[in-house]
Design a protein around this ligand. Structure first.
Ligand SMILES: [Zn+2]
Length: 688
């Protein structure tokens, strides 16, 4: 969420309707390659017949979820890379002092900052130089992450620190008045109001000229969500009172605008403020908050989605994913199918037509091409896959799965989890990535201790505090085991415990052991991933004849008693995935694991790894090297396939899950991308 690209995006939106125009106005870091010709598309229906043409009226009618995740307090992650990621993140969060996090809020309200040192980066205080208008956003994420950490591990220190922050932020809210709670003055909202809908002056900003503020509702949403999470997951009653104040403020602010002007205001990134308003409506049973949430429906964005049309080109990805999560929540509270269709189509399209092999999406924070033009998208710049987009898409997946428990959702979730989330956090420090670059010769870059606080740092602390939230789900018939993660499940209501022991994804087997108070009749459904060949299952040591197709569930419906044990084998194999618009541009996977070729670490320094938002890797068609910023050239290693089966020319190497090409001009060693740290790598290859 760089300020530059988001700003120019919003400016472009304000001035034009055509997606192609938006792309042309991006501050491209590289000259655009030749435009990909889009297939002709039928014209949009006239505005008056579009799904959201009529006024949106909220009527509370909760839908019935087909499946539910087990509460986080009933599931514990117990080992493997997942526990290591959880611990690393917990360490990073633990090193952050509450008074430092509160600095900007107290300063904004004229309260004592208690001698704390302010943070840097996007949390730099008002007198800082960079990114200060977003200040406060990370504190919202931190509250959510603390609540998640408490729910997932029982960490009382994390809860105590966040409880203190809620109490201190309540004082800030009291002082600011009217329910408003922020680390910046209301003046940002005045500018948002007065500048929305006005044409933006061309050229660089002039001193003294009022500027569109940097996404104030985006930041409000993070704090709002943090308070709701502290209430829902950590039982903090005061946090709900603070959230109600914030909801009242947002209701009053938005109610004072005409619908037309609100639509103009929604051109500036506003995050998932509607989602928080819907959640507050659900908790309080007060429809007023949901009606306020409806005012944050950006009609120009949701209309084509409800018609199942991809008009995403040129849009800023992480501005829009949270709006779709809000639409999903809106459907859950009302049954309004328009919102269902927005969420359902958006996920299908983005996961299938706009995601790379890792599950990640975006380039330079945008979708810059037409769908299924991913090779062209990849070449637009080196800034692929903004991490917070993956975080939010996985969040959306959970909603869709609850409506329709199709294992395909967990094929996507697992691939993104293993390649784009595990593997983008450093296990030594808990630092996380912003862009996860797929340019050949890229390397992973990370935030530093206290001078970054990007959007992705915020979603990062949440991500690794909730790795237990999607492993086990249930319905009336029993349990769904969706992820293979070492973990314990305690289904208290049934008196049944499951212990999952596995080295997955380092190994392709898992075992589940049952403990019961008394024998329990229930179904245990095991997800058989679509990437495996033939799954094999043993019950109490005896191989079962029943099996299930990849991409379905294997159901074991019986009476379970203490000591019952399931052993599942889901063999991995080497596969190729080519770009839809360039069959020669290929990536290799082993099971769900994307493989990366090791290109060495020559020229890499710590300052090129810790601190930057993405790798300073220069494409041949890129801009000239910046003398003040050390850059490394891309490394393109062409490969020649010796057959359609990759196993014929990519052979297992000594280490497990490691392969080596044979018969190439330059042979390369391939191993899981999620273990590639401090090395240059390639994921996509030109294969002839
Ligand atoms: Zn981000």
């Amino acid at each position: 969420m760089s300020r530059l690209s988001r700003r120019s995006f919003a400016g472009a939106v304000a001035g034009a309707g055509a997606a192609a125009t938006l792309v042309a106005q991006q501050p491209a870091t590289t000259p655009n390659p030749p435009a990909v010709v889009a297939p002709p598309r039928p014209a949009s229906p006239p505005p008056e017949t579009q799904p959201f043409a009529a006024p949106i009226e909220f009527m509370r009618r909760d839908i019935t979820m087909k499946v539910k995740p087990f509460p986080m307090s009933q599931v514990r992650v117990t080992g493997g890379v997942f526990k290591a990621a959880e611990d690393a993140n917990r360490g990073y969060m633990g090193r952050m002092a509450a008074d430092r996090l509160l600095y900007n809020f107290r300063q904004n309200a004229g309260l004592d900052v208690k001698g704390a040192e302010p943070l840097g980066g996007w949390e730099a205080p008002a007198d800082g130089k960079h990114g200060t208008e977003l200040r406060g956003h990370f504190i919202g994420h931190f509250l959510s992450a603390s609540a998640l950490l408490y729910a997932s591990t029982g960490d009382k220190d994390a809860k105590a620190k966040a409880d203190y922050m809620v109490a201190e932020l309540a004082k800030v809210q009291e002082k600011l008045g009217g329910g408003y709670l922020s680390a910046f003055a209301m003046e940002l909202f005045d500018r948002l109001d007065s500048l929305s809908g006005k044409p933006r002056p061309a050229g660089p900003p002039q001193t003294g000229q009022p500027q569109m503020p940097w996404a104030p509702f985006y930041t409000i949403h993070k704090i709002f969500a943090g308070m709701l999470d502290m209430h829902t997951l950590a039982g903090n009653a005061q946090a709900l009172e603070v959230a109600k104040g914030m909801g009242n403020w947002a209701d009053q602010w938005s109610a004072a605008k005409t619908e037309e002007h609100m639509q103009e205001i929604l051109n500036e990134e506003f995050g998932g403020v509607a989602e928080s308003l819907y959640n507050l409506a659900a908790i309080t049973n007060d429809d007023r908050y949901a009606k306020a949430g409806d005012r944050f429906t950006k009609k120009r964005f949701v209309n084509p989605l409800a018609l199942r049309r991809d008009e995403l080109r040129g849009l800023h990805v992480n501005t829009h994913v949270p709006q779709v999560i809000a639409a999903a929540r809106r459907y859950e509270l009302s049954g309004d199918l328009r919102f269902h269709d927005v969420a359902d189509y958006f996920f299908e399209e983005v996961s299938k037509a706009r995601s790379y092999v890792t599950g990640g999406t975006s380039n330079g924070e945008l979708w810059q091409t037409e769908p299924r033009r991913l090779a062209a998208e990849l070449k637009r710049s080196t800034s692929t896959e903004e991490c917070c987009c993956s975080h939010n898409l996985m969040k959306l997946t959970r909603h869709l799965y609850a409506w329709n428990p199709d294992p395909k959702y967990f094929d996507y979730f697992e691939r993104t989890l293993l390649n784009e989330r595990i593997g983008t956090v450093r296990l030594d420090t808990g630092y996380t990535q912003y862009y996860s670059s797929l340019t050949p010769g890229a390397w992973k870059t990370f935030n530093n201790e206290d001078k970054a606080f990007w959007c992705c740092t915020g979603t990062g602390v949440e991500e690794y505090a909730k790795l237990n939230d999607s492993i086990y789900w249930h319905d009336d018939r029993g349990i769904f085991v969706n992820l293979y993660v070492p973990s314990d499940l305690n289904w208290r209501e049934k008196g049944l415990k499951l212990r999952q022991e596995t080295k997955f994804p380092d190994d392709h087997t898992t075992s589940l052991t049952v403990t019961t108070d008394k024998p329990v009749q229930t179904a245990i459904r095991l997800r058989i991933p679509s990437w495996t060949s033939v799954a094999r299952v043993k019950l109490n040591g005896r191989e079962l004849e029943t099996t299930a197709e990849p991409g379905s569930y294997l159901t074991l419906d019986r009476t379970w008693k203490t000591g019952d044990r399931i052993d599942l084998e889901i063999p991995m194999r080497l596969t190729v995935e080519a770009m839809p618009d360039d069959p020669n541009l290929q990536a290799f996977l082993y099971g769900p694991l994307v493989l990366a070729g090791d290109l060495g670490n020559e020229g890499l320094t710590e300052q090129m790894i810790i601190g930057p938002q993405g790798p300073a890797v220069r494409r041949p068609d890129g801009p000239p090297a910046n003398p003040n910023r050390p850059m490394l050239e891309v490394i393109i290693v062409p490969l020649r396939a010796a057959g359609s089966d990759p196993a014929s020319w990519i052979k297992p190497a000594e280490k497990p899950q490691t392969f080596r090409t044979v018969g190439q001009k330059r042979d390369v060693t391939l191993s899981p991308l999620n273990k590639m740290f401090d090395r240059r790598y390639s994921v996509y290859w030109e294969v002839s």
